[in-house]
Structure formats: structure tokens, C-alpha cells
Design a protein. Structure first.
Length: 505
């Protein structure tokens, strides 16, 4: 073949454009890798860590969460340090402990006089996200506002409207306060006034999944900006009671199984009235008949929530958003479901405080990782914000720690413990305090008569916490006791002063 000057010029031109194309392609890839990630933060209510199939504890079907776990990182020691709805949510949103953010217990009309609500001036998770260019959305249960009592009404009011100026920058709002009729939920949508409720005749988890799928697929002025990364929080109410509000199709896997096939934990006791815990005002004693009646429904709701989360994750993938979206799956607290003769939550046992924590981010996290990192509710805000690079405006006085380098790079100093709290309404120095380390659970309880009790479990040797070794392991108890006092001092807990005064008597 004879080369002419023209042919040579054409060849050089082709080579030049190919090189430019390759360089541009690499630049596009680099730009994408440094773009702000989206956030999808999902926290079903009352969902214990044992109730995820991949953990091989409860006999539940959760194929979508199992898949999510396989694609991301499982953190097995996520601890709800105050396992109750409002206190957890307050810690999640503010990075502050209950006596620093005013959410000492669950929000309702009885606590209105204590201003037991999300404080307008507390710079919160969503405030920081918005300051860093995010379009923030909230779907589902909020439970962060104590509504005023209504004169002449003697029943407690739980549901509450949240005015726009108290929403801490959330642009998309499809939420309610506390309303547990799962089959007939209602919502305040975006700019709706307090008397402009939207009533829905559908299981709440299914409806909210539809709302989120539309949010992901059809950004508009009413949902989210196409020009901004999004941060969406979804608090689906099931598997919180009432348990019987669950679609029949999810019951099929459980309704023919016996109690022995469903309640498989060694510490389940359906006969005791748990009288030795009468001093503790959390959890529910003497109602283990509820476990008999509702365990199948609880697991059915777990499976139903799993299906709806799967639909949302599928929509995320279809939209091409999955690679650069951080997905977090966790919960505000667990459920005792007959363990230790108890129901509900708000106690130091693992069924109550150990919650799921799965985090997936394909661009930065390898699939299939497992971690025993201790993480508390106050740590979540600074950790996720730093992972996202959304650091502008993070308050300097947070009680939580940034654990992002431990999650992303396995570098840094790990927390050695997570605090445990039980606090009574309007009394910051009341209740119990404790520590959960990787191996031990240690709690000092003070009842209404200031009687002290010590509780110590070796969770390695006694994973179902059936033997209190506080008296038989004095050296371990003393070490944890000193660690607890040190943490209480560091965190400026008013309970410590009360406790030290009692020691002088």
C-alpha cells in the first residue's frame, strides 16, 4: 500500500482524536468518582437485628435485605443506646445525647410541658446536608414532636404536625408524627397545613415505597431537583405494633408454624411475669401472651417491609443511581418478643438494643464485608456526613464520633463501648446508665427509691444474657464501672452527680 502525505495526515488526525476520546473518557470517570453521592437512609421501626435472614437467628424471610448485606457491609454491633423511638431519632438527627437535645423520652402530649421535641436551633443532619448542596427528603414516621394537649381530652395525643420552619431543611416532606394504623395511614405532604391531611387506604410500607419510587424516577419541583444530589430518609412504621395490620400474603410463610418453630431464642420465657424487673419502667412485663399471638405477624411484617425495600432498591438500580448512592438500613430499636418474659423495647437486653446496620456504596465499599465495629446513634450523623464529603457546617460540639475512616479504610481508633440510657420524662438525671462493649453489657440501675442494682452479662459466653455475673466477676465489674463513670463525666451526664451524691450516703 502506498502512503501519501494526505493519508499520513488523516492517520495522525485519527490518532489524535482517539487519544482525546480516551483522555475525555478517563476525565468523565474521574469526575463521576468525585461527585457527591446520594443517600438513601432506611430505618424501619422496632426491627431487631436478629430479624434479618442473613444473621441466621430468627426464622424470617428477608431476601432483599440479605442481598443488600451481600453487596455492602454488615456492622453487627450497631447499638440503639436508648432503645425508644423519639430518643433514638433525636440522637440520629442531632448527633447529641438526650439530655443535650431535650428528647428525654417518647414525644406525646404528656411531655409537651417539658418541650420534649426536636429543637429548632439544633443544627441537624438535614441542615448540614442542605448546606452542602443536597436536596433532602423525609418519608414516613417522624415522632420528634410533642403536640400540645387538648383541653377536656383525657387521652394521650401521639400524632403531631411539624410546621415547615421546624423541618430542618427537608424539602420533600411526606410524613406524619406518630400514627400506627398501618392499613390506613395519613400524611402531611409538603406545604399541607395542619388540617390538610391526606388519608391513604393501603398498607403504609407499600404506599411509601410507591412514593419513594416516584421520587427516584420522576424528579420535579414537587419532589427533588434534578440538578442536586438527594438525601432521602425513610422511616417505615412496620414492624412496629399493632402487629395485626399486615397484608395476608406475608402471613403465608409463618401462619402454619408452631411457637417453638418461631420463637427459637433460648431466653424466650412465655410463663414468667418478670417480677424481678418490676423496678424498671421500660419494656412490658406480664404480656407474653402477645408473643404467642403476634410473633407470626411480626415476622410477616418484616418480610413485607423487606419486599417494599427491595422494590425501592430495584428502582434505584433502574434509574442508574445505585453505584453512587449510599444505602443505609438500620432501625431505632428492636423488639423483645417474649425474650426474658418481656415484650416491646426500652431495656438493656440485646433483643432491644442490637439493631441492623447494613451500608452499601458500590463506588467505595467492597461487597460482602462484615464488621464488629461499635456504632451508636450519635455516631451516625458525623460518620455519614464525612463519608459523603458533606462536612461544611457540621457542629463542633456533637456527642457522636466520625467513624467514616474505620468503615471506608479500616483505619482509626475504634470506640471501646456504646452508652446505654433509660431516662424518665422531664428528669435528665433520672433512670439507668450502662455500657455495651463488644463482649460485655454493664448497667447500673437506680429506681424511684434510689435503690442501686448492678447488671453484668458476658455476651460471649452467655449470648442470651441469662446469667447476671455482677457478683461473681468483681474484677470485670469494677473495670467496667470505672469506664462507665469516666464516660459519664466526659459526656457531662447529669446522672453522674446524682449517683455520686448517693454514694456519700
Amino acid at each position: 500500500m502506498k502512503f501519501t502525505n494526505y493519508s499520513f495526515l488523516v492517520l495522525l488526525t485519527v490518532i489524535f482524536f482517539l487519544n482525546c476520546k480516551d483522555k475525555n473518557a478517563s476525565l468523565v470517570k474521574e469526575d463521576k468518582s468525585h461527585s457527591q453521592p446520594n443517600l438513601l437512609f432506611i430505618f424501619p421501626d422496632q426491627f431487631r437485628n436478629a430479624a434479618i435472614g442473613v444473621n441466621n437467628q430468627d426464622p424470617v424471610n428477608t431476601p432483599n435485605l440479605d442481598k443488600l448485606a451481600g453487596e455492602g457491609m454488615i456492622i453487627s454491633n450497631a447499638i440503639s443506646s436508648y432503645p425508644l423511638c423519639s430518643p433514638y431519632r433525636g440522637m440520629l438527627m442531632t448527633g447529641l445525647l438526650p439530655y443535650h437535645n431535650n428528647l428525654l423520652t417518647n414525644s406525646n402530649s404528656q411531655r409537651y410541658k417539658y418541650d420534649n421535641s426536636w429543637q429548632k436551633d439544633d443544627i441537624s443532619f438535614s441542615d448540614v446536608l442542605v448546606e452542602n448542596g443536597y436536596d433532602a427528603g423525609y418519608v414516613g414516621k417522624l415522632h420528634l414532636t410533642s403536640p400540645p394537649p387538648i383541653e377536656g381530652k383525657d387521652s394521650v395525643i401521639w400524632d403531631a404536625y411539624t410546621p415547615k420552619e421546624f423541618r430542618h431543611g427537608f424539602n420533600f416532606w411526606y410524613a406524619y408524627g406518630t400514627f400506627d394504623q398501618h392499613n390506613n395511614p395519613h400524611y402531611w405532604i409538603n406545604d399541607a397545613k395542619e388540617d390538610e391531611l391526606t388519608q391513604i387506604n393501603e398498607w403504609s410500607a407499600k404506599h411509601e415505597a410507591d412514593v419513594i419510587i416516584d421520587y427516584l424516577k420522576n424528579p420535579s419541583a414537587e419532589t427533588r431537583s434534578k440538578d442536586k444530589p438527594f438525601a432521602l430518609f425513610w422511616s417505615v412504621n412496620p414492624p412496629h405494633p399493632p402487629y395485626h395490620y399486615v397484608p395476608e400474603k406475608y402471613m403465608k410463610s409463618y401462619e402454619d408454624k408452631s411457637l417453638d418453630e418461631l420463637l427459637v431464642r433460648d431466653n424466650v420465657d412465655l410463663e414468667t411475669a418478670a417480677k424481678d424487673l418490676a423496678f424498671h419502667k421500660g419494656a412490658t412485663r406480664g404480656r407474653t401472651n402477645l408473643a404467642k399471638d403476634h410473633v407470626a405477624e411480626y415476622f410477616a411484617m418484616v418480610t413485607g417491609v423487606d419486599e417494599q425495600i427491595g422494590r425501592v432498591l430495584e428502582a434505584l438500580e433502574e434509574k442508574g443511581l445505585d453505584d453512587n448512592t449510599i444505602v443505609v438500613l438500620t432501625s431505632d430499636h428492636g423488639e423483645m418478643m417474649g425474650s426474658h418474659g418481656l415484650m416491646s423495647k426500652n431495656i438493656w437486653y440485646e433483643e432491644s438494643i442490637n439493631v441492623p446496620f447494613i451500608i452499601r456504596w458500590p463506588e467505595r465499599l467492597k461487597a460482602g464485608q462484615k464488621s464488629d465495629l461499635l456504632i451508636s446513634p450519635t455516631d451516625i450523623m458525623p460518620t455519614i456526613l464525612n463519608m459523603m464529603g458533606a462536612t461544611k457546617g457540621i457542629p463542633s460540639d456533637l456527642d457522636g464520633k466520625d467513624l467514616s475512616s474505620l468503615i471506608l479504610e479500616d483505619k482509626g481508633d475504634e470506640p471501646q463501648s456504646v452508652m446505654y440510657y433509660f431516662i424518665e420524662e422531664g428528669q435528665p438525671a433520672s433512670g439507668h446508665r450502662g455500657l455495651r462493649t463488644k463482649r460485655y453489657t454493664y448497667v447500673i440501675t437506680l429506681d424511684g427509691k434510689d435503690q442501686e442494682r448492678d447488671i453484668l452479662f458476658d455476651n460471649q459466653e452467655d449470648p442470651y444474657q441469662m446469667n447476671n455475673i455482677a457478683d461473681s466477676a468483681p474484677d470485670i465489674k469494677e473495670k467496667l464501672h470505672q469506664d462507665l463513670l469516666e464516660q459519664l463525666k466526659l459526656k457531662k451526664d447529669p446522672w453522674l452527680e446524682r449517683y455520686m451524691e448517693l454514694q456519700k450516703k
